[in-house]
Design a binder for this molecule. Structure first.
Ligand code: MTE
Ligand code: HPA
Ligand code: MOS
Length: 753
């Protein structure tokens, strides 16, 4: 059923509430953050004399004001909330100013003078690697026997691949609002994907128990991974401000500070070696990934792990060795971003295939197709691919979109035009669904049926535009067989739902939807028994709930949903349930790097078509045509929106979005004029999406499949379509696999030898 996300109405009316819209109590203080202006060094002196003179300043907080552990590291405890002695990147928080209004707080922040002793800084991951500066020991996934395998190859190709960072550019910047409660409790409104991480980290900062902190999330104005870990610091600062002053504290970053201080998608520099037989079978593949982690771990090690999981994208390769190193540099800690390390891995294997195809004188699609995953194939980490949809999507795309005609059309066009060239490429994807950190694959739901028949639901899922609340509403309405308008989704709140996993890994609808389904089924089970009593009938199996009416033996009864619930309440029936769901049968052993890490895989194929202006280097992405395996979708409208959004976001990463730092580590792409993202003009005029029809079962809700991240990787095809257009103009070009393909780089390649 394709109903709309009901928030969309509020969004276009400007009525949706975000952190900065919240009406604050009188006496609320406003926070501004003072951060490092150098990339690496030692703090010699913090001079706050000038700042203190400003009217309206309440206090200035530094590391010494933290009562508990000055630590916000989630996986690895390597990141201070406020710098102690050393600073490791430009934008690293050093002090928090509290003032009676936001303008004064920011003005005072500018008046803080900090003297440093500067140390050499490193920004290049390969250099950090050479220096032995790693976030954690490097890891290797392997299968077969790579050393033997090279001997069996007819063609071996090696190369290097670069992929750039990416700014999340959520519309709502990072922020939090904290208020003091009785008994030393704090209530924190945070724009976070991870309410429990915020709760737990504040508890550590303040040295109090988690039950003293209530985190509440209404919705996010976008997260895209940028608020999985990096929403925490601002909430901690606001909480620390409350702790010190006893007043409510609000901290909302201005766009410029958000761009400057927060981490982005990890840039990667990678080496590959690929070996094939003359009949295009990939026999061996070796890759080394240098991940630019920035100055602290953040989620880098988990992201690195997902890079390894997706080293071979949707191909079966019998001999693989993939090594990945998380390299510590003096940039803001890079973090989760849609795809979570998988786009970087897939870009490398696609580059390897492209280069091999070039050497063998065929189109990449020949190699892609021959090596596509078949049911029963094993991934390098030991999991079996249990589906047929990789091939089904590919074959469907070929037929449905008449790929051979597109190829011919482009050939003819390129023969007839010299200053404008077209290119196309195919991109199959295969993405594993589940947190690769197995214990995170759990969720719970609290369902209340009120005495008027309306339903209120709390889960761990955070709504950030992806439509998870709508899918959960639909799930409950479906189990109860009631009108969706009866169902309301409450805020995500740590006092109603404890131990929430982040809303991430595309898994929120699967995990929280299943928990909701189970809770609703528990209530439904009680209602069946109760209805049987009311109807004075003997057989519970003959009770049915259909469109708000209770049926017995396939006949409608006088009992409606509303009447039944009203009577159930009077008869003291339990109309609430709490349920927990944990994905069954997944595990991963980090000692052997083997296991069934995922509940299932999501596959699909995209065809991209581009037109390149060979005089200017400018281009249009004309069409992206997709066949996607979305299982049995709960809501095709939302899924279509997710595919379109992810695709365009991916196109941005591969084409125009260029995160640039200067040699001192200052972010150059720090405005909307310097950092370009795809707008509606740049978006392909033709985005065709076809959902594969498949009767395979899976662990999603009602056989649906996760949708949030996989379609991002379809965009990788647009990069290769551009490369192919460049090659049509300049057959001698020496291709550097170096994303993003900005018009500037395209122009240089068009005229390079
Ligand atoms: N869609 C919108 N509109 N806004 C977002 O912030 N985040 C993406 C994706 N789609 C995001 C989005 C990311 S990174 C993930 S992991 C998933 O949504 C998370 O939500 P889900 O688990 O409900 O799919
Ligand atoms: N995706 C997103 N966040 C995560 C993951 C993942 O696979 N693993 C741990 N945190
Ligand atoms: Mo998404 S990168 O897992 O928040």
């Amino acid at each position: 059923m394709s109903i709309k996300n009901k928030d969309t109405i509020l969004h276009v009316q400007g009525k949706s509430q975000f952190i900065d819209d919240q009406i604050v109590p009188e006496g609320t203080l406003y926070a501004a953050v003072v951060s490092s202006s150098i990339a690496h060094g030692k703090i010699l002196k913090i001079d706050d004399e000038e700042a203190r003179k400003i009217n309206g300043i309440v206090c200035i907080l530094t590391a010494s004001d933290v009562p508990g552990q000055n630590q916000i590291g989630n996986i690895i405890k390597d990141e201070t909330l406020l710098a102690e002695n050393d600073v490791h990147y430009i934008g690293q928080p050093i002090a928090v100013i509290l003032a009676t209004d936001a303008f004064t707080a920011r003005k005072a922040a500018k008046k803080i003078n900090i003297r440093y002793e500067a140390f050499p800084a490193v920004f290049d991951p390969r250099e950090a690697y050479k220096n032995g500066s790693l976030i954690a020991p490097e890891r290797t996934f392997s299968c077969g026997n790579i050393d033997d395998a090279w001997r069996k190859c007819d063609v071996i190709v090696e190369g290097r691949v670069e992929s750039g960072g990416q700014e999340h550019l959520y519309l709502e910047t990072q922020g939090a609002f904290a208020i003091p409660m009785e008994h030393g409790k704090l209530k924190v409104f945070s724009s976070t994907q991870s309410p429990t991480i915020v709760q737990k980290t504040i508890a550590g900062i303040l040295n109090i128990l988690m039950h003293k902190i209530e985190v509440d999330v209404l919705r996010l104005g976008g997260g895209f991974g940028g608020k999985e870990d990096q929403a925490t610091a601002w909430a901690c600062m606001a909480a620390l401000g409350v702790w010190k002053t006893g007043k409510p504290v609000k901290l909302v970053l201005r766009r410029h500070d958000d761009l400057r201080m927060t981490g982005k998608r990890h840039p990667y520099s990678s080496d590959f070696k690929i070996g094939l037989t003359n009949d295009y079978k990939i026999v061996a593949y070796e890759a080394m990934f240098y991940q630019n982690a920035g100055a602290a771990a953040d989620l880098s090690t988990a992201i690195l792990e997902r890079t390894l999981f997706h080293t071979t994208n949707s191909y079966f390769i019998p001999n693989v060795k993939a090594t990945a190193a998380s390299c510590k540099t003096n940039l803001p800690p890079n973090t989760a971003f849609r795809g979570f390390g998988s786009p970087q891995a897939m870009f490398v294997i696609e580059s390897a295939i492209h280069k091999a195809a070039e050497k063998m004188g065929v189109d990449s699609s020949i190699i892609q197709h021959i090596n596509l995953l078949n049911e029963g194939d094993e991934f390098p980490f030991g999991m079996t691919y249990k589906s047929k949809t990789a091939h089904e999507c590919w074959d469907n795309a070929q037929e449905l979109y008449h790929v051979n005609e597109i190829i011919n059309e482009i050939k003819v066009f390129n023969e007839q035009n010299s200053a404008v060239k077209k290119g196309m490429a195919l991109m199959p994807i295969c993405f594993g669904i589940s947190f690769t950190t197995t214990f995170l694959n759990q969720a719970s739901a609290l369902v209340h049926v009120y005495s008027d028949g309306s339903v209120g639901i709390s889960t761990a899922a955070v709504e950030m535009g992806q439509g998870v609340n709508t899918k959960i509403r639909q799930t409950a309405a479906r189990v109860f067989s009631i009108d969706i308008e009866r169902v309301f989704i409450e805020t995500t709140n740590t006092t109603r739902i404890a131990n929430t996993s982040p809303t991430a890994a595309s898994s929120a609808a699967d995990l929280n939807g299943n928990a909701t389904r189970i809770a609703c089924e528990q209530i439904l089970c009680r209602l069946r028994t109760f209805a049987l009593e009311q109807l004075k009938q003997p057989d519970a199996s003959k009770i049915d709930f259909r469109d708000e009416t209770i049926f017995y033996n396939n006949q409608p009864t006088a009992l409606t949903w509303e009447i039944l619930i009203g009577q159930a309440y009077i008869n003291r029936q339990n109309l609430s349930a709490h349920a927990h769901y944990a994905t069954p049968a997944i595990f991963f052993d980090r000692a052997t790097e083997k296991g069934n890490a995922f509940a299932y895989h999501v596959c699909g194929t995209a065809i991209s078509k581009v037109t390149l202006d060979c005089l200017r280097g400018t281009y249009t992405i004309d069409a992206v045509k997709i066949v996607h395996d979305g299982g049995t979708s709960i809501n095709e409208l939302i899924d279509r929106g997710q595919i379109e959004g992810a695709l365009v976001q991916g196109i941005g990463w591969l084409t125009m979005e260029e995160v640039l730092y200067d040699e001192a580590g200052i972010l150059l792409s720090n405005t909307f004029s310097a950092y370009k993202i795809p707008d509606i003009q740049f978006t392909p005029t033709d985005i065709s999406i076809h959902f594969l029809e498949s009767d395979e079962t899976n662990l999603g809700v009602f056989n649906s499949k996760a949708i949030g991240e996989p379609p991002f990787m379809y965009a990788i095809g647009t990069y290769f379509a551009l490369i192919n257009a460049i090659k049509a103009f300049n057959p001698n070009v020496h291709i550097k696999y170096d994303a993003p393909m900005t018009p500037e780089k395209a122009l240089l390649s068009l005229y390079s030898a």
